[in-house]
Design a protein. Structure first.
Length: 205
């Protein structure tokens, strides 16, 4: 299950040294990198690498709790997947954690495989979100290569305008609109107006 994830990192945040050591050993045993932190503050101050990652958070710690950390990450618009572990959890707390976006909420003692499964799911989620972010970034960069007039023509095309109507509105020849349309499709790397409209919607232009 962990194949192909060796270039990732799992962060473990727990104030109990024995728990940090045990989890670190378990996670390393499946070929994953691990970084451990004894407090929420230490983790939040850490400058993370750009690697695909997830964080295993103890719910109850001195100072900031795991829940506090999750809220802070969301405020920072940091979408790193979170797995909560706790020795003091209850069902309402677990439900709130999952509703707020946590991948899993595990009560101690939990099975090693349950944690590894959750980590695998979390890393796959992060990898997928990174790919999607890269795709959208590429689309935005492609959009920014359009000239102001091409952007104007694109908006009118997406609005349902025909070449002839757009030409009349902009006071240019219809062939000019056809040229703009060709250049737009080429720069945005699409072959149909449907695909172009979908991109337009995704970028919320």
């Amino acid at each position: 299950m962990m194949d192909g994830l060796s270039s990732t990192v799992v962060y473990v945040v727990d104030d109990d040294l024995s728990v940090r050591e045990a989890l670190s050993s378990l996670i390393r045993s499946v070929g994953l990198q691990v970084e451990t932190f004894s407090s929420a503050t230490e983790f939040l101050r850490h400058r993370r690498s750009a690697a695909t990652a997830c964080v295993v958070l103890d719910v109850r710690m001195p100072g900031l709790s795991g829940i506090d950390v999750h809220h802070e990450l969301k405020k920072r618009l940091d979408s790193i997947p979170v797995i909560f572990i706790t020795g003091h959890g209850d069902i309402p707390m677990a439900v709130r954690a999952i509703k707020s976006g946590a991948v899993e909420f595990l009560s101690k003692p939990f099975r090693d495989q349950d944690l590894l499964d959750a980590i695998g799911q979390a890393l796959e989620r992060d990898a997928g979100e990174r790919l999607e972010a890269d795709r959208l970034r590429a689309l935005r960069e492609a959009y920014e290569t359009l000239t102001p007039r091409e952007k104007e023509v694109l908006a009118l095309l997406i609005g349902g305008g025909l070449n002839k109507q757009i030409a009349a509105r902009l006071g240019v020849a219809e062939v000019t609109i056809k040229v703009h349309r060709h250049n737009i499709m080429k720069k945005m790397r699409v072959r149909s107006m449907v695909s172009l409209a979908r991109i337009f919607e995704e970028l919320a232009i």
